[in-house]
Design a protein around this ligand. Sequence first.
Ligand code: UDP
Length: 481
Amino acid sequence: MQSTKPHAALLASPGMGHLIPVLELGKRLVTNHGFHVTLFVVATDASTTQSLLKEPYPHINIIILPFVDISGLIDPAATVVTSLAVMMRETLPSLRSAILALKSPPKALIVDLFGTEAFAVAEEFNMLKYVFDTSNAWFFAITIYVPTIDKNVEDKHIIQKQPLSIPGCKSVQFEDTLQAYLDRNDQTYIEYKRIGIEMPMADGILMNTWEDLEPTTLGALRDFQMLGRVAKAPVYPIGPLVRPVGPSVPRNQVLNWLDNQPYESVIYVSFGSGGTLSSDQMAELAWGLELSKQRFVWVVRPPIDNDAAGAFFNLDDGSEGIPSFLPEGFLDRTREVGLVVPMWAPQVEILAHPSVGGFLSHCGWNSTLESITNGVPMIAWPLYAEQKMNATILTEELGVAVQPKTLASERVVVGAEIEMMIRKIMEDEEGFGIRKRVNELKQSGVNALSSKGGSSYNSLSQIAKHCELSLHFQKAKAQGA
Ligand code: UDP
């Protein structure tokens, strides 16, 4: 007998920053909305991805699509965006075969930003098609708006470096703009604009944000006089979706160490799944941590000059041993107060630990939400992608972060400034205000997800209803035939 549960297929592109929220979406569809979920994941050899997928996820059928070798299709210096776009394009034939092989075809296909070309596959199988923007509404707004503007307007932003005004939304300063727009001769630009054109073709647009976090931008996306005419499809803010503290994460050295530190005394330093620093910046960061005399946990990676996303596809390199590239004597001098973790740490568990009181972050959207949902104030240190926009939301709109006077991506931030920022969020009066605000936001995120009328909960219920209706119509049609 065929299951009466609606069946949704989710497609996650490579990278923990995409996989984690897509998986969380799958879990919610199953647990709160009675779905059966098939999750398609593009194979990578990253151990972080493999260990995340090893956990049991009841009612989620995980299908690993074969690895695609794109080395012959892209320039060796291609950006992360180009690599992901090409990888996802090359995956389409195996996605099609995998859907064909399923016993019951899914009613909906939900893809992340890099999967929009799979809409054609969804149409072949008569499936509803959704895009899940795993970032925020403002990022979505610029992504869909830029392809609609004429060359003059674009020139003003990209060449003359003027702010880009987006109807009904906060303008994007040139300094914050998406890296993808900066070189119009690069494939990244072409891929990104294509994505911006394809996303609004969905039946619905899901976002990892919530009504009270971005009311103005969400309002503009729904207003036909503003950005609604570009967004076209209904917008569903369903966040904050973050990986919960997992029983599967063993008590490791970091968590044991945190157990012995005072309440909110530790600053956690990490640059996401791909971020890397230059060697000069790494030395200054070490110096700043030392000067601040605060307790810290620092996830370190080998420095790479001129590639802030240097670890995105190379996370496993050099994960063994104590880093030899830190300044001489740093480890000895900070032994009593700090812990250095090579390459990767259990971030959610760290941010949820009562001893952690601050987060120096690259402002990836998952990291941002993990910090907010744990009530942890931030130092915003954006590196690439939409992270500068995220940092602006955090500092200027929400007031839950401080940032260097000049962006860390523009110059080396010196140790004394780093010390000052750390003290600001960990000890100063200003830090208390930031802590209060981030705790208010934490509560607003909890409210949004509440099954008792939370806005994000309701958004996902609407999608569930849409899928159920489609199932119902198809059955009625089949019976009538
Ligand atoms: N992450 C982690 N340990 C690390 C670094 C990252 O668990 O040492 C997780 C982090 O909790 C987040 C994701 O990887 O869920 C990174 O996503 P984000 O959007 O913050 O940044 P990206 O890696 O996509 O730049």
